[in-house]
Design a protein around this ligand. Sequence first.
Ligand SMILES: Nc1ncnc2c1ncn2[C@@H]1O[C@H](COP(=O)(O)OP(=O)(O)OP(=O)(O)O)[C@@H](O)[C@H]1O
Ligand SMILES: [Mg+2]
Length: 281
Amino acid sequence: MPDSMTTEPQFSLTPPTVNRSENAPAPATQRKAKLEARRLNFFYGENQALFDISMQIPERAVTALIGPSGCGKSTFLRTFNRMNDIIEGTRHTGEVLLEGTNIYDPRVDVVALRKRVGMVFQKSTPFPKSIFDNVAYGPRVAGVRDRAKLAETVESCLLRAALWDEVKDRLHDSAMALSGGQQQRLCIARALATEPDVLLMDEPASALDPASTARVEDLIFDLKSNYTIVIVTHNMQQAARVSDHTGFFYQGNLVEFGGTQALFTKPREKQTEDYITGRFG
Ligand SMILES: Nc1ncnc2c1ncn2[C@@H]1O[C@H](COP(=O)(O)OP(=O)(O)OP(=O)(O)O)[C@@H](O)[C@H]1O
Ligand SMILES: [Mg+2]
């Protein structure tokens, strides 16, 4: 953590001007925390969904969240871009930090936060617009009007989302005519267009066939050199394939968090072992 963040709180969510390509990635275990939850409790009305969660999410790596249905994975994921704020009657205690800044501080601009912390959902949700307009949506909302600049952004995001070759000749066709797997990659391209540095993915491949799932997994693998990715998945093989770190949740508690390989081969907790060996869940 830079000294400036430990000495005085910083409330600007402007991305640091780091040339990522010059920053050779350090081994995942040595990376600093991009996101952090500190003693986080979360409530839907009277119902507590998360209990005293503390977790550090390393930058430029993939962190998977696993656990049985209803254990709080999506709730936890949504605290990182304050998407839970739009659900009435929710509240939390504790802190959620992005690069050392508490994102629930009243001075934080939530729109700027959500630009930096993009989200991809289980069901792909393209807008009923053209492929081009889907990707250009975020930059246009941010005020970009220049046609050439928009075209450049659309192309680079579709390239990074491994979709460009399939759609470059029909950018002005409706996004709704794409296959499910293409739509999901389009949603990833759309999320990339706001230049986030964190991508939250809630079961991004669960509605896809095996071939499309493999493409999305390859994409996640490629993206992690530049982005911090947090992915919720029900599929333990997928967590083992794509992630560097895994957290196992059970009934709103973080039971175990560690390196993916260690967690799957030598879990420290009996509950983790029972879950990954298929005894429940
Ligand atoms: N919008 C909501 N309003 C009220 N309670 C909610 C809401 N969303 C989730 N919950 C409750 O919070 C708890 C955690 O739900 P959450 O959706 O985070 O679990 P999950 O681990 O993502 O489950 P799944 O694997 O089924 O998606 C559950 O008890 C759920 O009923
Ligand atoms: Mg969920």
